[in-house]
Design a binder for this molecule. Structure first.
Ligand SMILES: Cc1cc2nc3c(=O)[nH]c(=O)nc-3n(C[C@H](O)[C@H](O)[C@H](O)COP(=O)(O)OP(=O)(O)OC[C@H]3O[C@@H](n4cnc5c(N)ncnc54)[C@H](O)[C@@H]3O)c2cc1C
Length: 190
């Protein structure tokens, strides 16, 4: 896949190349909307959070990735069991007992590879994807109510250190725990 040039305007800008960002960018791009996906770290990048739950099956199928996941060699997972801090074990919870469909087998994934798979799929479906590209700011203007500003542009720092302002209609904040927009709007509660 060749690296695209970053345009001056996208309908949708997705921030963060984790599972949320990769999935959102893939689905939006597939529908024909011009989409930019940026991730501040180099892709692939290390991340914790590798144990999938059964319902992940359906979005992976929708994205056309389920056969790739089945071929991946990742450890399959058919149940969960919890252990308390004192070592007491809960009864195992077998997914198939509660839902007999194919989603009852899920996976313990390597997050660096899993997230890259979604990032690459977004690119295949038409999103322009840039890693080592950090969101610096989201420029907004007043919306219908004061607490509903409308995104007009994002300011990003690209891999070569250049700051670039990209116009947009919609920003999807998929920055995970950083919750960039919630921080900017003072909505974070700890
Ligand atoms: C210790 C631990 C164990 C966990 N175990 C599990 C588990 O077993 N199973 C499970 O399902 N979940 C687990 N989780 C939760 C899981 O990690 C998260 O739910 C998941 O990573 C959220 O995905 P996301 O795409 O929303 O965010 P993330 O995966 O965090 O992705 C956000 C991305 O945004 C990027 N980013 C942030 N700020 C910017 C910026 N300004 N500009 C550009 N990019 C930016 C980050 O670099 C990051 O790559 C665990 C979490 C922790 C902390």
């Amino acid at each position: 896949m060749s690296t695209p040039n970053m345009k001056d305007f996208y309908d949708c800008v997705v921030i963060g190349g984790g599972p949320a960002g990769g999935t959102a960018a893939a689905i939006v791009a597939e529908s024909g909307v011009s989409t930019l996906l940026i991730e501040r770290d180099p892709v692939p990048r290390f991340h914790v959070g590798e144990s999938l739950m059964p319902e992940c099956y359906w979005p992976l199928e929708r994205l056309g990735l389920i056969d790739q996941v089945k071929r991946s060699g990742w450890q399959t997972k058919k149940s969960v069991q919890f252990v308390t801090h004192t070592g007491k074990e809960s009864a195992p919870f077998f997914f198939r007992k509660h839902d007999e469909r194919e989603c009852s087998t899920t996976w313990q994934v390597e997050r660096s590879e899993f997230d890259k798979m979604l990032y690459d799929r977004a690119s295949e479906l038409g999103a322009d994807c840039f890693d080592r590209t950090r969101l610096i700011d989201v420029q907004t203007e007043a919306g219908e109510t004061p607490d509903q500003p409308v995104a007009r542009a994002v300011v990003v720092k690209t891999a070569d250190g250049t700051e670039k302002t990209i116009g947009c209609k919609v920003v999807v904040d998929a920055t995970g725990q950083q919750a960039f927009l919630a921080g900017k709007m003072g909505l974070k509660e700890i």
